[in-house]
Design a protein around this ligand. Structure first.
Ligand SMILES: Nc1ncnc2c1ncn2[C@@H]1O[C@H](COP(=O)(O)OP(=O)(O)OP(=O)(O)O)[C@@H](O)[C@H]1O
Ligand SMILES: [Mg+2]
Length: 244
């Protein structure tokens, strides 16, 4: 269903040459301006090859900066690999960084529509989902308030609910629940359960090892852009705790 062959992804990092304070002062006295920039390549994914078949539920764990989100973005087609090939058979909706696509000046309700359009829904289709979304995230009182006044947990509730209001064949999740409170997380998990049951395939990135054990049938441990472990979630969690 998903096949990655020797996938490598390099980011280009741009940074200003750094000057010492003394150099800065001297430069300003001599009215010289250095705008020299250096650029460097960063290897975020290093020759990744995997095959995920139908009905498999893949978890991806690893330290901050390991390359998990990058891998998900490559699978979803948001990023093109520098080398290698990605083949996906099935309707995929990148439910990644939904909150990053929110406009802080817009109200919760307006953001539901904004995201709906971005996911390709018609106004009628979004209208049909609107009430259920507002009800599930329990933000009735705040739904017409600009989301810049939301707490991070409230934003997570809205983003998670929007992301899970569609039923793609292949579900991709990236750490969506991190700021939710316990009562919402429980509710969210049962909603996730229903979606996971219906989906042909699931890929979940999370730092929550229990969630991975609960939902996944297979788990990758990623480190520095490489797959270091591929197997049962329980063993993957043990490998991660022991080696990283
Ligand atoms: N747009 C970008 N430009 C340059 N470098 C990037 C970019 N996005 C990510 N990186 C780098 O690629 C590496 C992998 O990032 P990625 O976001 O995939 O990590 P992650 O495993 O999802 O981490 P986290 O657990 O913190 O979410 C990091 O070193 C990061 O700095
Ligand atoms: Mg990430």
């Amino acid at each position: 269903m998903i096949e990655l062959n020797n996938v490598t992804l390099k980011y280009r990092l741009l940074h200003d040459r750094s000057f010492s304070l003394k150099e800065k002062v001297i430069n300003s006295l001599h009215k010289r301006k250095y705008t020299e920039k250096t650029s460097e390549e960063f290897l975020a994914l290093d020759q990744i090859s995997i095959k995920i078949s139908q009905k498999e539920r893949l978890g991806i764990i690893g330290k901050n900066g390991a390359g998990k989100s990058t891998l998900l973005k490559v699978i979803s087609g948001i990023l093109k690999p520098t080398q290698g090939t990605v083949t996906v058979d099935g309707m995929i909706q990148p439910l990644i960084e939904i909150a990053a696509g929110f406009n802080p000046e817009f109200t919760g309700r307006e953001n539901i529509y904004l995201n709906g359009y971005m996911l390709g829904f018609t106004p009628q289709q979004i209208k049909a989902k609107e009430a259920e979304i507002i009800d599930f995230c329990e933000l009735e009182k705040f739904i017409d308030v600009p989301i810049k006044y939301y707490s991070s947990g409230m934003t997570v509730r809205l983003a998670f609910t929007i992301a899970t209001s569609i039923e793609p064949e292949i579900l991709l999740f990236d750490e969506m629940l991190s700021a939710g409170d316990a009562s919402f997380i429980n509710k969210a998990k049962s909603r996730l359960d229903t979606l996971v049951e219906k989906a042909k395939g699931v890929v979940i990135v999370s730092h929550d090892l229990n969630l991975i054990e609960q939902f996944c049938t297979r788990c990758l441990v990623i480190n520095a852009g490489k797959i270091e472990f591929d197997g049962m979630p329980i063993q993957a969690n043990k490998f991660y705790k022991d080696h990283l």
